[in-house]
Design a protein around this ligand. Structure first.
Ligand code: HEM
Length: 128
C-alpha cells in the first residue's frame, strides 16, 4: 500500500545485502575504486553501506546507532572523488541494481537517488 516504505517494498534487509554485496564484488576488481578503500577487507565497508541504505529507505536506524549522523559528504572528504570515480561507482552500482530484478518503478526510484547522491559526493572540480 501507499504507506509501505521502499525498504519493505523491495523485501527488506536481504535485498539491500544483495545489492551491496554485488556492488562490492564489482569494487573488488575495479582498478580505480579498489585502491581508494583503506581496509584490505571490504566486508566492514559493505556493512556500513548496507545499514546506511536500509536506514535511508525506511528500515531500522542501525546505521546511526552505530555511526551517528550520516554526514556522507564529510565522511567522503578524505577520498578524491572526481567525475571518473563517480562514474566508476555508478557503473558498479547500476550492475548491482539490475541484478535485483526489481519492479521498474521501484528500481527507477532507487536509481534516481543513487545517481543524485553520487553526483553530490564529488569533491574535486573538473576532469583529471
Ligand atoms: C564510505 C568511496 C559514493 C555511501 C566510503 C569509503 C570510500 C567510498 C572509499 C570508505 C570505506 C569505508 O566505509 O571504510 C566512494 C566513492 C563514491 C562514493 C568513490 C563515488 C561517488 C557514495 C554514495 C553513497 C555512499 C553515493 C550513498 C548513497 C557510503 C557510506 C560509507 C561510505 C554509507 C560509510 C560511511 C561511514 O559510516 O563511515 N565511500 N563513495 N558512497 N560510502 Fe561512499
Amino acid at each position: 500500500g501507499a504507506s509501505m516504505t521502499l525498504f519493505e517494498a523491495v523485501g527488506g534487509e536481504p535485498t539491500f545485502r544483495k545489492l551491496v554485496d554485488e556492488f562490492y564484488a564489482g569494487v573488488a576488481t575495479d582498478p580505480l575504486l579498489r585502491p581508494m578503500y583503506p581496509e584490505e577487507d571490504l566486508g566492514p565497508a559493505a556493512d556500513r553501506m548496507t545499514l546506511f541504505l536500509m536506514q535511508y529507505w525506511g528500515g531500522p536506524n542501525t546505521y546511526s546507532a552505530q555511526r551517528g549522523h550520516p554526514r556522507l559528504r564529510m565522511r567522503h572528504a578524505p577520498f578524491r572523488i572526481g567525475a571518473a570515480e563517480r562514474d566508476a561507482w555508478l557503473l558498479n552500482m547500476r550492475r548491482a541494481v539490475d541484478r535485483l530484478d526489481l519492479e521498474p518503478e521501484i528500481a527507477g526510484t532507487l536509481w534516481d537517488y543513487l545517481e543524485r547522491a553520487a553526483y553530490f559526493m564529488v569533491n574535486v572540480e573538473g576532469d583529471p
